[in-house]
Design a binder for this molecule. Structure first.
Ligand SMILES: [Ca+2]
Length: 489
């Protein structure tokens, strides 16, 4: 039976290239794609001309994307990026909140070691000399630049960049005023605020920053020909407030908006103390939930257009075959699941899972999906290996994804680990291909186990069902190994 499950998943890997190719909006794009056929062939080591890196980090973007199977999402540009690379279906952040997640991704350390667990903490008191990912590229001959929010606000690492544009919302005073003076917004429920605006993409901060990033790429090619770049672009949408040009709201029919099956189902798995609902948004009517959901989708499609603009820039500059592109997000986002969560900061799938698409021109396999559980902390060693850089002086906690890029069905025994602290508990959750296992440690130990083969919405906690005792035991051992690995610098 186990073998059958595995084989079925292998087939789904094989079929995904064709599936992606059928997605709406993929044809007629300017981004040229290689034909899609997976291969198990051996690949020579990465040599020769050093590749550029474009790292796009969105904010609070979950997997409601058509290339991830979402039935209504209009994200043609992310879809075409997926066609040119590997889409990781089971990728997870290490701490579902902006600053802790970004610090982990950029340092290569798990949050148990960074000790960065909120948006004000800094890694520097503990690790004053650590080389963040872009800094490591800079010291190895790359020209590095940041546009927008890459590190969290106030946590930027100046040594990482040859050039850094302002962070989001300091880019344009007029837009700052526009964003803050829209109060009351067109609509709001508690902290959920949205506005369909009658300006185009390029008058909003995310659009301005994206154009700046494109100009930066063009200028770099003129001014420093031959020097590879590492440019990271932080796109803040779909983070709140959900502001987007009106045409993106018009893409979605309000009454067709999906509502989660768990909208009014309070979970019984986690300790009650960690179910930190916001009362003002917990008990939305169906119509309110649909209005909020549409605003989120509008912002997803707005971000998608900006991502497309960056892909077009690489194409126009004839460097798409010399540039590694990574698209991801710092955390996922709940749209009402599990009894009315509208944010992240839980250890459920919607909060830990992030989109992750990696397109490297020298990887011969593309347009396929990988089902193995991977982590944002894996990006540091992956990008080092893809660009033939030495690993940094500190011991990275992640593992290079290159074996999965070369063969998305490679055996892979490492789960994805996400932690979250909510006094009086600290939770540690691992995701394998089939299971989510979560351990909450406080004055007592609380366990959760969900079977994603039969319960992808994570509604039935199997941890205390004796039939699953051996699975709990195995996963607990796996979690212990991962925690030990990630707790030592
Ligand atoms: Ca975030």
């Amino acid at each position: 039976m186990k073998d059958m499950v595995k084989r079925r998943k292998w087939f789904s890997c094989l079929g995904s290239g064709a599936l992606l190719g059928m997605l709406k909006g993929c044809s007629g794009s300017k981004f040229s794609f290689r034909p899609s056929f997976p291969s198990d062939g051996n690949v020579p080591p990465f040599q020769g001309e050093r590749l550029n890196v474009l790292l796009i980090v969105c904010d609070d973007m979950n997997r409601r994307l058509s290339c991830y199977g979402d039935p209504i999402s209009v994200t043609p540009n992310i879809d075409r990026l997926a066609l040119s690379g590997i889409l990781f279906r089971n990728a997870h952040n290490q701490y579902p909140l902006c600053n802790p997640s970004r610090t982990s991704l950029l340092s290569g350390y798990y949050p148990m070691t960074t000790r960065v667990w909120n948006n004000l903490d800094s890694l520097r008191p503990l690790f004053p000399d650590l080389s963040f990912l872009p800094h490591h590229f800079r010291t190895n001959g790359y020209w590095t630049a940041r546009v927008g929010k890459v590190f969290h606000h106030g946590q930027d690492d100046p040594a990482s960049w040859n050039y850094a544009f302002p962070a989001y919302r300091s880019v344009d005073e007029a837009d700052d005023r526009r964003q803050t003076s829209w109060s009351p917004y067109e609509g709001s429920i508690g902290f959920l605020r949205w506005q369909a605006v009658d300006v185009d993409e390029w008058q909003l901060s995310d659009g301005r920053l994206t154009r700046m990033a494109a100009d930066l790429i063009k200028n770099h090619l003129k001014e420093r020909p031959g020097q590879p770049f590492f440019i990271s672009v932080g796109i803040v949408r779909p983070h709140l407030p959900w502001i987007a040009p009106r045409k993106y709201f018009d893409l979605y029919d309000l009454f067709s908006m999906p509502l989660p099956s768990t909208l009014r189902l309070i979970p019984t798995g986690p300790p009650k103390q960690v179910l930190h609902y916001y009362p003002e948004v917990q008990d939305l009517t169906d119509e309110q939930a649909k209005i909020a959901t549409r605003a989120y989708y509008a912002c997803l499609s707005f971000a998608d257009t900006l991502i497309g603009f960056l892909l077009d820039t690489l194409e126009e500059q004839k460097i798409s075959d010399k540039t590694i592109i990574v698209l991801t997000s710092d955390n996922g986002y709940h749209l009402g699941e599990h009894g009315g969560f509208w944010e992240k900061r839980t250890l459920f799938e919607e909060s830990t899972a992030v989109p992750l698409i990696l397109s490297a021109p020298h990887v011969p396999i593309y347009g396929v999906q990988c089902l193995r559980p991977v982590e944002l902390v894996d990006l540091y060693p992956t990008l080092c290996e893809l660009c033939a850089l030495p690993q940094p002086a500190h011991r990275l906690h992640g593992r290079s994804l290159v074996p999965l890029l070369l063969n998305p069905r490679s055996s892979w025994n490492k789960p994805a680990l996400t932690m979250f602290n909510w006094t009086p508990y600290t939770g540690y959750s691992i995701r394998t291909e089939r299971w989510r296992y979560t351990l909450w440690e406080g004055n007592d130990r609380v366990l959760e186990l969900y079977d994603h083969d039969s319960d992808p919405a994570e509604t039935t906690n199997l941890a205390y069902d004796s039939r699953y005792a051996s699975i709990v035991k195995d996963l607990d051992a796996l979690l212990s190994v991962r925690r030990a690995h990630g707790s030592v610098p």
